[in-house]
Design a protein around this ligand. Structure first.
Ligand SMILES: [Fe+2]
Length: 492
């Protein structure tokens, strides 16, 4: 079965490639990615000195750890999509000695293969290079372990995540991989889990969603308690074509999945060298469904809404019998193709401006409208996660790219009111909220955001007053750090 690519994907997808992600002598150059915000200028430097401007709050103690795609070409291998760049882990540590910085390229199988010019593992947007015999012997390739999307603190270490069954356990001190996390349960070995598990503060568990491919795709919602390597199923859904799931919502009593019309047929992956996203079909006429799981009973309720495409949720909470679900929604899925490396290398900047929308899901299902919460679109959403995830909230933060360059704004959004922070030439990414001890309110604390300069080989971690959006301190580095996706802060 041939899949129709998502809008915009065809122009940058390597569909004309004869044998995979590498096209020696044919592929347009990715040299354009050797500049900010994609450039990593620090290979071979595990630690770098930090120059401090301003005063770091004395109460800020802990680790900010982030991940980013950092290398896009190597020995004949190349990534065809931003999401497939080889993952870099980096961290800022705040302790009694001050601020320190360390970084390490993830030692993944994908990186080892890339060093040999090979592309064997299935990834988001880069073709595999497998011979006909290899494809016959293994109809569906092993999935990527290039876990470059998110990194979360878990069970005394960090877990580096992507959208596959593989998760690297990361040493909190040197950021080296200790190997892949091993689950000890009977869930499908190839379960593709999202890179956005959510903490359920009531049960202290991690809640995530996975998709198991087959004649009908199975979506599993599960939780994992601290200290356990077993995942417990909270609900399951069987769909002939399942949506691309990047994030989802969790409240105390419900899980909400975005069944947008970028849907995957598992059967189309058989014997194929095409990447995961090319097995998705954009079906706008099918509309978008929100599927709500009652976590206690395991029952699902379906709501129909306008066609949209979402990467990220902002928050989800129960309000009496209603479920309130806030998302960042694009009009269609063209952003997926716009993030191909050839397009980015040519200097084409995608519109990362989804709308901040709210769905109020009343009991019984049916039609639901998406109500705007902000006049300005943004990506990389953040909330006061520890205090307000799964709870009523009023403040969200994010990063916006309003101009023609990659220079970004960090936003604080509340009831349609927006406060902004930006600096000339700087591309700041996802902000992370860290509460002040003995905080006087749920948003009393600082925002941490890492950015690189568009014209000079320098980067900075800015510490902002989260209420006023004013800088308190900068932790400067003399290297270009690539713009990445997600990370977290762990107090120490
Ligand atoms: Fe994400």
């Amino acid at each position: 079965m041939a899949a129709t690519p998502a809008p915009g994907l065809a122009s940058s997808a390597p569909s004309a490639a004869p044998s995979g992600g590498v096209r020696p002598g044919q592929a347009p150059s990715l040299a354009g990615l050797d500049r900010a915000p994609f450039r990593w200028s620090g290979p071979g430097q595990d630690q770098l000195p930090v120059r401090l401007r301003g005063v770091v709050p004395s109460w800020l103690r802990g680790d900010l750890v982030r991940t980013a795609p950092a290398l896009f070409e190597q020995n004949g291998w190349r990534a065809d999509h931003w999401f497939d760049g080889l993952g870099l882990l980096y961290g800022f540590r705040f302790d009694a000695a001050g601020v320190s910085f360390r970084q390490r390229l993830l030692a993944s199988q994908v990186a080892a293969d890339a060093a040999q010019g090979q592309s064997r593992l299935a990834s988001f947007g880069t073709r595999t290079r497998r011979s006909r015999l290899q494809r016959l012997l293994q109809p569906v390739p092993q999935a990527t372990d290039n876990t470059n999307v998110n990194v979360i603190p878990w069970q005394g270490a960090w877990l580096a995540l992507t959208e596959s069954q593989h998760q690297h356990v990361i040493d909190p001190d040197d950021l080296a991989s200790r190997g892949l996390y091993r689950y000890e349960d009977g869930l499908p070995a190839g379960l593709m889990m999202t890179a956005h598990p959510h903490f359920d503060h009531a049960s202290k568990a991690l809640v995530n969603v996975g998709t198991s491919l087959g004649r009908r795709n199975q979506i599993l919602v599960f939780r994992q308690k601290p200290g356990e390597s077993k995942r417990q199923i909270e609900g399951s859904l069987s769909l002939e074509r399942s949506p691309y799931l990047h994030d989802f919502g969790v409240s105390e009593r419900h899980v909400v999945l975005i069944d947008h019309p970028l849907r995957l047929s598992g059967l189309s992956m058989l014997f194929s060298n095409r990447p995961l996203i090319e097995h998705h079909r954009w079906e706008p006429e099918q509309g978008t469904c929100l599927r709500v799981l009652d976590r206690q009973s395991g029952r699902w309720t379906t709501y129909e809404t306008d066609t949209c495409f979402c990467f990220h949720t902002v928050n989800c909470f129960d309000d009496g019998e209603d479920v309130v679900f806030d998302v960042l929604a694009y009009g269609d899925a063209s952003v997926v193709g716009a993030l191909g490396t050839e397009a980015l290398a040519c200097g084409r900047r995608p519109a990362l401006t989804p709308r901040y929308l709210r769905a109020r899901l009343r009991p019984g299902g049916g039609r639901v409208e998406l109500e705007p919460l902000s006049p300005q679109g943004f990506e990389f959403p953040a909330i006061a996660y520890r205090q307000q995830h799964g709870q009523p909230y009023s403040v969200a933060w994010g990063a916006s790219f309003p101009g023609s360059s990659w220079q970004s704004q960090l936003l604080r959004v509340e009831a349609g009111q927006v406060r902004r922070f930006e600096e000339e030439g700087m591309v700041y990414g996802e902000p992370i909220f860290v509460p002040r001890p003995q905080a006087e309110g749920p948003t009393d604390g600082v925002l941490l955001s890492v950015g690189c300069h568009l014209g000079e080989p320098r980067s900075s971690l800015v510490i902002l007053d989260a209420e006023q959006m004013r800088p308190i301190a900068h932790c400067d580095l003399e290297l270009s750090l690539p713009l990445g996706f997600h990370g977290n802060f762990q107090a120490r």
